[in-house]
Design a protein. Structure first.
Length: 347
């Protein structure tokens, strides 16, 4: 590496300011690699960190936690990985200080790239080698990048946390950048019925294209009545809430059948309030499950699904912008201009 500086988007917590500037190229330490970023998604959680809805623990940071690219340099004590390998990065790491450390899932205070340390809205990013997953030949780098959250999070949420089994009935609340992939995953996992719920007709149309069997707008129909009709009065086995809106979670729980599970994949500061009384909640053995993130294994599985053609993300990248236009990309996602699924930055 001979380049001394690089372009990176920097977010200042004090002024809620995001801008692109020159910064030093980071150096990989022991157990770390330097990745030349070729694509990084813009996530709604990035938008929420910038607007203050989600707290940023650092005074200043480079956002971006959906990165893929090519290894540029390998630090000491790194096995296997070599320069030139195409990789996607799982953006979580353990805090390194708690009694349960060893992996990001067991850790009591897991950290996220782009919030707890500098992320990948930049030309280069440093990451521990344990976060790397190889991108197979033929898989577009932009599609690999968005797997690092927009696909892997609902994948883990439905298949592992939600325990989705073949033949079960599924409802998906919120068909945005996560929800449309939840529809695809439910279909891949063998759901017998997939019902998509959203207040935007364009999002519902997208859900049907992705494989949903039915689409319901709660502003135009009684969702609980429709779900009851579609399931023969039995309700849903699994309801996935991906908007982070409490009213949607409450509605999802109301549509559960006996032993039904609701998994909360979307996040917001909203408190959880359910209208179902405790008698019915207990009698029907309902469950409400929180969910965040995924493991490196899930990302490996997704790369295999992409390489085999079982998973098609060709319509998931709404636009690719140069790094210098990342502020515009954030604004487009915030205002839902053009109803984007994922906008990707390409440094």
């Amino acid at each position: 590496m001979t380049t001394a500086t690089m372009r990176a988007a920097r977010f200042s917590r004090a002024g809620r300011r995001l801008g692109v500037e020159d910064v030093p190229v980071p150096r990989p330490g022991p157990g770390e690699v330097l990745v030349r970023v070729e694509a990084c998604g813009i996530c709604l959680s990035d938008v929420h960190m910038i607007d203050g809805s989600i707290d940023c623990p650092l005074e200043e940071v480079t956002p971006g936690h959906e990165p893929a690219g090519t290894i540029a340099e390998v630090g000491s004590d790194v096995p296997y990985w070599q320069s030139g390998r195409r990789v996607v990065i799982a953006p979580g790491r353990a805090c390194g200080a708690c009694a349960h450390c060893g992996d990001a899932q067991g850790c009591l205070a897991p950290q996220t790239m782009g919030q707890n340390w500098d992320g990948a809205w930049a030309e280069y990013v440093v990451t521990p080698f344990q976060t790397l997953v190889e991108v197979p030949d033929g898989v577009p780098i932009e599609q690999a990048a968005i797997c690092a959250d927009a696909v892997a999070t609902p994948f883990s949420g439905l298949v592992e946390r939600g325990g989705l089994r073949p033949g079960e009935t599924v409802g998906v609340w919120g068909v945005g950048g996560l929800g449309v992939h939840a529809v695809q995953i439910a279909r891949l996992a063998g759901a017998s019925l997939i019902v998509a719920v959203d207040t935007l007709d364009a999002a519902l149309g997208r859900a049907l294209e992705a494989g949903a069997d039915h689409a319901v707008n709660p502003e135009k129909a009684d969702v609980r009545v429709e779900v009851g009709r579609l399931t023969g009065g039995e309700g849903l086995d699994l309801a996935a809430e991906l908007s982070g809106v409490n009213s949607a979670l409450d509605q999802a729980v109301s549509c559960l059948g006996r032993y039904g599970r609701a998994v909360m994949i979307g996040m917001s500061p909203d408190p959880i309030r359910l209208t179902e009384n405790t008698l019915l909640f207990g009698y029907f053995n309902h469950s409400v499950l929180g969910h965040d993130g995924y493991t490196r294994r899930h990302l490996t599985q997704l790369m295999r699904l992409l390489a085999s053609g079982r998973l098609d993300l060709s319509r998931s990248v709404s636009d690719v912008l140069p790094l210098e236009e990342v502020v515009r990309g954030v604004e487009r996602l915030r205002t839902k201009e053009g109803n984007p699924l994922r906008i990707v930055v390409k440094p």
